[in-house]
Design a protein around this ligand. Structure first.
Ligand code: AMP
Length: 218
């Protein structure tokens, strides 16, 4: 049976950082909906052009487009044993579509790690964030700076600040998260698959808590 994990948490909770660790440890492909949208934006595909305005404003791309994009991605051969989803689902409609889609692949959502971080610290985390162009490794100018400013420690590629990591857009993204994505916590808790961890601990400690919890669930 394939294993599917959904990583939940507000923007700036550290989902991308922890996803890299979990994906490596469990041998599951890391599927980030935001990364796929950014890739489409860069390559100026039709999907990228449709998504751009929403992303620039910090709003969600419409469900139908997003669900189809994820369905295509999960249908690829590297996902036969399952996947780690980061940034999807973000609405109840997306979560319901995912449940249905996974049933078609003879699977289900096995675990939902939820990285809980209080709203107050998210703005500072996101506006100080620097992301690597090659692989999406993330750094923070104050909390986890790279060894050399502007250069990724892992692959030497250039670090940049995402255009949606400015104060105004970050504030909108957090509000969108509270309105549209928070209900998923109750949805998955009811399903008995939620694994809540404290995202204000150190990166290593959060990673250890996640792996220990997942060990019991998958
Ligand atoms: P992220 O990298 O996860 O912060 O996503 C960046 C942006 O991509 C979001 O602000 C949305 O505009 C869009 N996006 C990513 N995932 C989704 C999703 N599941 N549903 C709708 N929009 C999404």
């Amino acid at each position: 049976m394939p294993v599917y994990i959904v990583l939940l948490g507000p923007p700036g909770a550290g989902k991308g950082t922890q996803a890299q660790l979990i994906s490596e440890k469990l041998g599951l492909p890391h599927i980030s909906s935001g990364d796929i949208f950014r890739e489409n934006l860069k390559n100026q595909t039709d999907l990228g052009k449709l998504a751009k305005g929403y992303m620039d404003r910090g709003e969600l791309v419409p469900d139908d487009l997003t669900i189809q994009m994820i369905r295509d991605r999960l249908s690829r051969p590297d996902c036969v044993s399952g996947a780690l989803l980061d940034g999807f689902p973000r609405t109840v409609a997306q979560a319901e579509a995912l449940t249905q889609m996974l049933a078609e692949f003879t699977g289900r959502v096995n675990a939902v790690p939820y990285i809980n971080v209080a709203e107050e610290v998210l703005v500072e985390r996101l506006t100080g964030r620097w992301t690597c162009r090659a692989e999406g490794h993330v750094f923070h100018e104050k909390f986890s700076p790279p060894k050399v400013a502007g250069v990724c420690d892992f692959d030497g590629s250039e670090l940049y600040q995402r255009p949606d990591d400015n104060v105004e857009t970050v504030t909108r993204r957090i509000r969108v998260y509270l309105d549209q994505t928070m209900p998923l916590i109750a949805y998955y808790r009811q399903g008995g698959v939620l694994l809540e961890v404290d995202g204000t601990k150190t990166i290593n400690q959060v990673g250890a808590d996640l792996l220990a919890g997942l060990d019991k669930m998958v």
